[in-house]
Design a protein around this ligand. Structure first.
Ligand SMILES: [Fe+2]
Length: 612
């Protein structure tokens, strides 16, 4: 037996992944255990979980891999500082303590994290190799082009190459400070959202605005080549030398200073969001065409933080030159832990890959699951009132009935997802036909910004009736955006068309308004029997009751909270919000029956989590 542990840590989204004899046994992000969003500390809890899942101890591990090369990263920091000295001194000083304490002593840190019990080799791959490995090795393709699009690792900010059989080879890269990820993050910062976490909000905001700044971005900020590579005019940015992303010159181009966090979002931010989204998509498309031309491959594998831009991904798939695209669900740095483990198994140890038509990511359900006995014991210990169902059929029928009555349900099943999206294991679900559901869920359940769209889960076999996907296209990981079918759209009347900004939300645009964005786009998850079991059965039951094979699927958490991991977290989140029902495996809890529902303070609950 060969056991390989992959680790990513010390930047953001620490994670661990365990590969045993080539099989992905477990993978999880540290934040889910520590309850600290984007936790970047050494992932002791995630490692402990992975070993437990496999029944191993640290002594059983044969290789430990780390997802980037700290010395090269330090070199970049140092060189950047020298190039911008003395202006860069403050950011350099701010970064130094962590480097001297931990990052430059990684083998020691890794050893400490493993309780001193591991005595074999540590292997370091480059940041982009880790992303590339996470994109190609689990994919269903025997050979493919690989593209990574990211903020920055050591020096590379984007790279491409090919994967064939059990090997990957990266041949080209774009280097720091020129970076699509950092460009997008600069706009995330400028529009008042948190860098490395608010990028999703910026993408969600884009359809409300007009891309009136797109030309300014193209003309002033970047010099974009036909092949998608670009240079940034660094006088508009401040991330090399300062502690902010953009410089005062940037403000002049975008009509004033950055939006203050939590202040109202205005038309300016919406237009800025639309503009940078358009430019990002243009760059992604150009790079995809270039990669296709250079590699001659028919298929593409994607990873890196920018590969979470599912609007851009959808355009690559529909308008780009590749026949098929596979995207690593944990496309951000957490996925690097999985990448380095698979890299060691295939590339360093030269073990073959068996490609059998589907990916080996197992629906990305790679985290902990909880048995009925454990859940029952917990529920009894807190005096919860529950109904246990004996069969999946009865359970799904009951939950589908609740949803059809416009109840919002917390759905906790199976192994927790690896990656930022909830895929039906730790989800909040509801009826997408309801016009009020989007604002109810945003404001009363998730306590987050009202503009943010929700995504649907749809039965795989009925996806074409609702969404314009390519024939045979699959989206089990919710990483692609597609338009709503014309036949499902509702005609918008004269007064409704004249609404602008956030008011666009008031208009019902389709038969499933709660998941239809203001531009008719939808971030689709296709659900099938091979990956999803009980979640599939639930949507089938909802379809039987209502005729609708689509439900709303959003992550099981409130704003700023990591997605729930354990039953206890699900129960507390259920009590603290306005969720109507909670389903833990086959246990159903109704809000009105819970004696503790009034004991828990919503304010205190929400205050635990720093706003994201
Ligand atoms: Fe990365």
């Amino acid at each position: 037996m060969t056991a390989i542990l992959g680790v990513s840590a010390f930047y953001h989204d620490s994670a661990a992944a365990l590969v045993v004899d080539g099989r992905i046994v477990a993978a999880a992000q540290e934040e889910r255990f520590t309850r600290k969003k984007h936790d970047y500390n050494f992932p002791v809890n995630a490692i402990e979980y992975c070993l437990k899942e496999a029944g191993l101890t640290p002594e059983d591990i044969d290789y430990v891999g780390f997802y980037d090369k700290p010395f090269l990263k330090f070199e970049r920091l140092l060189e950047t500082y020298l190039a911008y000295a003395p202006a860069g001194f403050s950011s350099f000083l701010a970064a130094l303590p962590l480097w001297f304490r931990q990052k430059l002593h990684l083998p020691r840190e890794l050893n400490n994290g493993l309780g001193g019990a591991y005595r074999k080799r540590f292997i370091f791959t480059e940041h982009h190799e880790s992303h590339a490995a996470s994109a190609f090795f689990p994919s269903p393709f025997d050979e493919a082009a690989i593209l990574t699009l990211d903020g920055v690792g050591e020096w590379a900010t984007a790279s491409f190459g090919t994967g064939r059989g059990n090997r990957i080879e990266l041949t080209h890269e774009l280097r720091f400070p020129h970076s699509l990820g950092l460009l997008y993050s600069a706009f995330t910062y400028f529009t008042g959202f948190k860098v490395n976490s608010g990028e999703y909000k910026l993408m969600g905001l884009a359809p409300y605005g007009e891309p009136r700044f797109a030309d300014v971005i193209m003309e002033k900020l970047i010099d974009l080549k036909e092949d998608g590579s670009f240079r940034m005019d660094m006088s508009y940015f401040n991330y090399c030398q300062g502690l902010t992303m953009t410089s005062p010159r940037f403000d002049e181009l975008f009509e004033g200073p950055p939006r203050k966090a939590e202040s109202p979002v205005t038309a300016r931010e919406m237009d800025i969001a639309a503009s940078i989204q358009r430019v990002t998509e243009e760059i992604m498309l150009r790079i995809a065409r270039h990669v296709h031309a250079r590699t001659g491959m028919k298929r593409l594998c994607l990873a890196g933080g920018v590969a979470l831009n599912c609007v851009g991904n959808g355009r690559i798939l529909r308008e780009g030159p590749f026949e098929e695209v596979w995207i690593q669900p944990a496309a951000g740095d957490a996925g690097g832990a999985l990448g380095v483990a698979l890299f060691i198994w295939h590339q360093l140890l030269d073990n073959p890959r068996q490609v059998a038509g589907t990916d080996v990511q197992s629906g990305s359900l790679l985290g902990p699951r909880y048995e009925a006995a454990e859940i029952r014991a917990y529920l009894d210990s807190v005096g919860a009132v529950y109904h246990e169902y004996q069969t999946d059929a009865e359970l799904c029928d009951r939950v589908a009935g609740l949803m059809a009555d416009e109840r919002v349900v917390g759905w906790f099943q199976d192994r927790m997802e690896f990656g930022p999206r909830a895929l039906g294991a730790r989800s909040i679900i509801g009826d997408p036909r309801s016009q009020n559901m989007q604002s109810t869920m945003n404001l009363k359940i998730k306590f987050r910004e009202s503009f943010r769209p929700f995504a649907p889960s749809v039965l795989r076999e009925r996806v074409d009736e609702f969404f314009q996907m390519r024939p045979g296209e699959d989206s089990p990981y919710m990483l692609l955006v597609a338009p709503v079918q014309e036949s499902q759209r509702r005609r918008v009347n004269g007064t409704e068309t004249s609404l602008s900004g956030i008011d666009k939300l008031k208009v019902s645009r389709s038969t499933i308004p709660a998941v239809t964005h203001v531009d008719y786009s939808v971030r689709v998850q296709t659900v099938d029997t091979s990956r999803h079991n009980r979640y599939y059965d639930l949507i089938r039951a909802f379809e039987r009751k209502t005729g609708c094979p689509v439900i709303i699927n959003t992550s099981f958490n409130v704003r700023g909270e990591p997605i729930v991991c354990r039953p206890a977290e699900a129960y507390r989140c259920f009590l603290a919000t306005n969720m109507d029902a909670l389903v833990l495996e086959r246990f159903v809890l109704l809000r009105e029956e819970q004696p503790q529902a009034r004991d828990i303070s919503r304010e205190e609950y929400l205050a635990q989590f720093e706003l994201d």
